[in-house]
Design a protein around this ligand. Structure first.
Ligand SMILES: [Zn+2]
Length: 670
């Protein structure tokens, strides 16, 4: 008596990717409802099963669908938006500002459907995602019929879908509750990375993942910079740090792990964490080479991922598998490293295990879900075929196969593609909608890139509003007399500080943009040691508002933001036409004169060496008040007895430029 099944695949080269790398030729696979019932030789299975539909595979490879172990699928809509940039400039300067403006549930659904179409075409049946509005990613993936682990992002910055981390954590909780028993979707929580999360967020997300027994998907040790910062701040590398926060108690899926040592690899292995190796992304962003061979030798479950389509820029797992094998060989200087069967295993069963869903998918074995693909090995680029050794087929797929060789895709027993025809998504419609989104993003960025101010605002962070600044500046021969004068009875000193200031001014093609100053203040204590460092960005208006009372300056349009990125970041982001660096030693007093607050700065110009300057400054938000304060500032100048000094009507950068010009003139005259 034969057993009844829904589909019987026959006349295939079956690559099971099971523990023994079992192959069958001619092989067969029997599928009933959503599951694989039997895998084996064709002759045997034909005797044992009668099927509603028998599919003659015509000698194609029948294998488990590929597992894309790390991605951000909605970013298909940002593909090709900004490339050839460093990770921080790319992320903070372009991706995040555009995401804040455009990412919505509709955006996420459209981007996900596009990604599903692309992934189904390239033989991917499962992907592991992390993004905003992840519930919409889940819905779109389920609509397309794909299996997915969907991680709702949680981080310390406001996100497109949440004003605070508490909000996104609550979203993650509700999302997990609603989707926990879905046949295709495994909901998860995604603390973005240790450097975008606080310790508290890492602990809270781990607790949430444990409470519902769902995976926790995060980025770990992607760049050397990240590890350096972690060592500087906490004295330990990234893996011990996240372990300390309890993160590894959850079912972790760690993307990247490029910069980890043997001890950290063992820690991850002991914790049962899965790793996603992302060759294209690591190459494109020059992040380095993950110690993949070492991880595999230690017994870690290492899958392969494309990462988001904005940093790859495609979702082609065939390419990733090949790169994974090639890079491992090059890095270990050993062509026997990461052979084809192992590379393909990473993209199938090991990948599923890394996602903690190895019991569901990743290999063709009875009891697992029917997630399978047919790969045609007959196209020109992949001919002829050798049958002599068992490894021939793997090598053929890994080293010569292309995603376009995938002809048929089934997930959970449902056909998603038959003979290269997509059955669950409408590509033409999606492409029209994607083009429309791209047009809007283009317009947004073209507009933003026209103004230094709007680029500054796009970075986010708190910005101080426009204000008036009253300023008097005097060149001094020495500074002792000022130090004496500050002890006078009319001056009430509130606070005194000492610091060294490093300023870099950015200049732009269009002078009306003003100039941007990156200032680093090193606070100096009584013993002359640096105690604290603070960096700020200030956009200075180009034009003076006017002069009052004998060379008191009034300037306007100053926007101030904390500089949370490096000088190199701002240089690459703002692309100034030229820059000038200035360094000075500054004694700064906050004083009250006639009930009005002033700052008195006594500066020694160190780079370039231009002697001593006295500066009296105060800030105000109304022009009328500015005029009053300008009067007081002028008075204060005589109280400080600066009659011998030479009043200057320029800011430091102008002084430096004037000096450079004078010197150049002297040289040319001589
Ligand atoms: Zn990523």
């Amino acid at each position: 008596m034969t057993q009844q099944v829904d589909t019987l695949f026959i006349n295939a080269l079956v690559l099971t990717m099971d523990e023994n790398f079992s192959q069958y030729l001619p092989g067969a696979v029997a599928v009933r409802e959503d599951s694989i019932v039997a895998v084996g030789g064709e002759e045997e299975l034909i005797k044992e099963f009668s099927a509603r539909e028998t599919i003659n595979c015509n000698g194609k490879v029948l294998m488990p669908g590929l597992i894309n172990a790390h991605t951000h699928v909605p970013m298909t809509l940002l593909r090709g938006l900004a490339d050839d940039l460093r990770l921080d400039v790319w992320l903070m300067g372009y991706m995040m500002p555009v995401e804040r403006e455009f990412v919505s549930p509709e955006f996420v659904r459209l981007g996900t459907l596009l990604a599903c179409a692309e992934q189904i075409r390239s033989g991917v049946t499962t992907f592991n995602d992390m993004y905003y509005f992840e519930e919409d990613v889940a819905q779109a993936a389920a609509d397309a019929g794909m299996r997915a682990v969907c991680g709702q992002t949680v981080m310390k910055f406001p996100a497109p879908d949440a004003a605070s981390y508490e909000d996104s954590l609550q979203m993650a909780r509700e999302f997990i509750q609603r989707w926990k028993d879905h046949p295709l979707i495994v909901p998860a929580v995604s603390p973005h990375a240790p450097y975008t999360c606080t310790a508290e967020i890492l602990r809270a997300t781990a607790e949430l993942a444990k409470e519902f027994d769902v995976p926790l998907h995060t980025h770990l040790s992607e760049t050397a910079f990240e590890v350096e910062n972690m060592r500087e701040e906490h004295g330990i590398p990234v893996i011990p740090y996240v372990k300390k926060q309890g993160l590894l108690e959850a079912k972790v899926i760690a993307a990247h792990c490029v910069h980890i040592d043997s001890g950290e690899i063992r820690t991850l292995q002991h914790a049962g964490a899965g790793v996603s190796h992302n060759p294209s992304s690591n190459l494109k962003l020059a992040s380095g080479f993950a110690p993949v061979v070492k991880m595999l030798e230690t017994g870690l479950n290492v899958g392969i991922g494309t990462d988001g389509p904005a940093s790859n820029n495609d979702l082609d797992m065939f390419e990733e598998v090949r790169l994974a094998a090639f890079i491992a060989k090059a890095v270990t200087n050993d062509p026997t490293s990461l052979p084809a069967p192992l590379a393909l295993l990473m993209a199938t069963r090991l990948g599923a295990q890394a996602l903690h869903i190895g019991h569901l998918t990743g290999s063709l074995e009875p009891g697992k879900r029917a997630d399978l693909i047919l790969v045609d090995l007959s196209p020109l680029h992949n001919s002829p075929s050798f049958k002599r050794a068992a490894d021939n087929a793997y090598a053929q797929i890994v080293y010569a196969g292309k995603s376009t060789d995938v002809s048929d895709v089934m997930v959970n027993g449902r056909w998603l593609m038959r003979n290269h025809q997509l059955l669950t998504v409408n590509e033409e419609e999606l492409l029209v909608q994607a083009a429309e989104v791209a047009r809007k993003i283009d317009a947004f960025l073209i507009d933003r890139e026209q103004s230094v101010l709007s680029k500054l605002i796009a970075l986010g962070g708190s910005l101080e509003q426009e204000s008036f600044e009253v300023q008097v500046k005097v060149k001094l021969a020495e500074r002792d007399s000022i130090l004496q004068a500050l002890k006078g009875p009319e001056i009430d000193v509130i606070r005194k500080r000492h610091y060294r200031e490093h300023d870099v001014y950015f200049f732009f093609d269009d002078p009306s943009q003003g100039r941007l100053r990156y200032r680093e203040d090193d606070f100096i204590d009584d013993k002359g040691a640096v105690t604290n460092v603070r960096a700020r960005l200030t956009l200075l208006g180009q034009k003076r508002e006017g002069k009052f009372e004998d060379q008191v300056l009034l300037s306007r349009s100053r926007y101030i933001a904390p500089a949370s990125q490096s000088l190199r970041f701002y240089r690459e982001y703002f692309k100034p036409k030229s820059e000038v660096a200035i360094e000075k030693d500054r004694l700064r007093w906050r004083i009250l004169y006639k009930g009005t607050e002033f700052f008195v700065n006594l500066d020694q110009m160190i780079e370039p060496q231009l002697g001593y300057y006295l500066e009296i400054k105060t800030r105000t938000w109304s022009r009328k008040d500015a005029e009053h304060k300008a009067q007081l500032a002028s008075e204060l100048l005589s109280v400080l007895g600066t009659s011998g000094g030479e009043k200057v009507t320029e800011d430091y950068i102008d002084i430096v430029r004037t000096d450079a010009l004078q010197r150049a003139t002297r040289v040319s005259e001589a």
